[in-house]
Write a protein that binds this ligand. Structure first.
Ligand SMILES: *Cc1c(COP(=O)(O)O)cnc(C)c1O
Length: 230
C-alpha cells in the first residue's frame, strides 16, 4: 500500500469507530475526500482503491479534473467558495454543491442547470460563528434565503453546510456543529423539506462532527497530506 492509501484506510477506520461510538449507522455518513490542489493521479489511485466521493474547491481546477478523470468512477462534490460567474463550470457537473451562500450564486447555478435540463443538488452554507471573513448565510436571514432559493426550479436544497472558526481544540467546534443540526430541525419544520444532508467536519474535527450528526465529512489533509500552496 502507498502512503496515500494507508492514510485513507486510517481515516476510514477512525470514521467507522466514530460512527459506532455515536450510535449511528455507517451508511449515514459519507467521506468526502477533499482533493483540491492535489493531482488527478492521486485521485485516480484512491478511486481505484474504492473511494468514490471527492471534493474540489476551485472552479477551473474542478473543470479540468472532471475532464482528466472522465473514465473514473468518481462522484464529484464542489465545496469551495464560488463566484457566480464561475457557476457554469460547476452546475450540472457534480453531485452536490456544498457552498451556496448567496441568492445570486443559487440563481447562476439554477440558470446553468436549466440550460443543461437538469436539477443541481445544493447545500446552503451557514456562518454560525458570525466571523466577518467567513462566507455563509447568517442564521437570522436563512428563512429569506430559503424562500428565494426554493422558488428556483433547477436547484434543490438537500441540507446545510458549515465551517467553524479555526480552533486548536476540536471540542470547541462542537457547539457550532450542534447549532447546525438545530437549524436543520427548525428549517425542516418551517419549509417542509427533508434536508437530509449536514456537511460539517474536516481533518481536525470530523470525529466531533460525526457525533453531532454530520452526514458528510470533508477530509483533505488527513488523507492527502499537506496541500501545495495555491
Ligand atoms: C479544504 C477544505 C476542507 C478540507 O480541509 P482539511 O483540513 O484539509 O481536511 C474542508 N472543507 C472545505 C470547505 C475546504 O475548503
Amino acid at each position: 500500500m502507498s502512503e496515500l492509501t494507508e492514510n485513507l484506510e486510517r481515516v476510514r477506520e477512525e470514521l467507522v469507530q466514530a460512527v459506532h461510538k455515536a450510535g449511528r449507522k455507517q451508511e449515514e455518513v459519507t467521506l468526502v475526500a477533499v482533493s483540491k490542489l492535489h493531482s488527478a493521479a492521486s485521485i485516480r489511485e484512491l478511486s481505484n482503491f474504492g473511494q468514490q466521493v471527492f471534493g474540489e474547491s476551485y472552479a477551473q481546477e474542478f473543470r479540468d479534473k472532471v475532464q482528466d478523470l472522465a473514465d473514473c468512477d468518481v462522484r464529484w462534490h464542489f465545496i469551495g467558495g464560488l463566484q457566480s460567474n464561475k457557476a457554469k463550470y460547476v452546475s450540472g457537473k457534480c453531485e452536490l454543491v456544498h457552498s451556496v451562500d448567496t441568492l445570486k450564486l443559487a440563481e447562476a447555478l439554477n440558470k446553468k442547470a436549466a440550460n443543461l435540463d437538469c436539477v443541481q443538488d445544493i447545500l446552503i452554507q451557514v456562518n454560525i460563528s458570525g466571523e466577518v471573513q467567513k462566507s455563509g448565510v447568517a442564521p437570522d436571514v436563512l428563512d429569506t434565503v430559503f424562500d428565494e432559493v426554493m422558488a428556483l426550479e433547477n436547484v434543490r436544497i438537500q441540507g446545510l453546510m458549515t465551517m467553524p472558526p479555526f480552533f486548536d481544540e476540536p471540542e470547541r467546534a462542537r457547539p457550532v456543529f450542534a447549532k447546525l443540526k438545530e437549524l436543520q430541525g427548525e428549517l425542516r419544520g418551517r419549509f417542509g423539506l427533508e434536508l437530509p444532508q449536514l456537511s460539517m467536519g474536516m481533518s481536525g474535527d470530523y470525529l466531533q462532527a460525526i457525533e453531532e450528526g454530520a452526514t458528510l465529512v470533508r477530509v483533505g489533509t488527513s488523507i492527502f497530506g499537506r496541500r501545495p500552496v495555491k
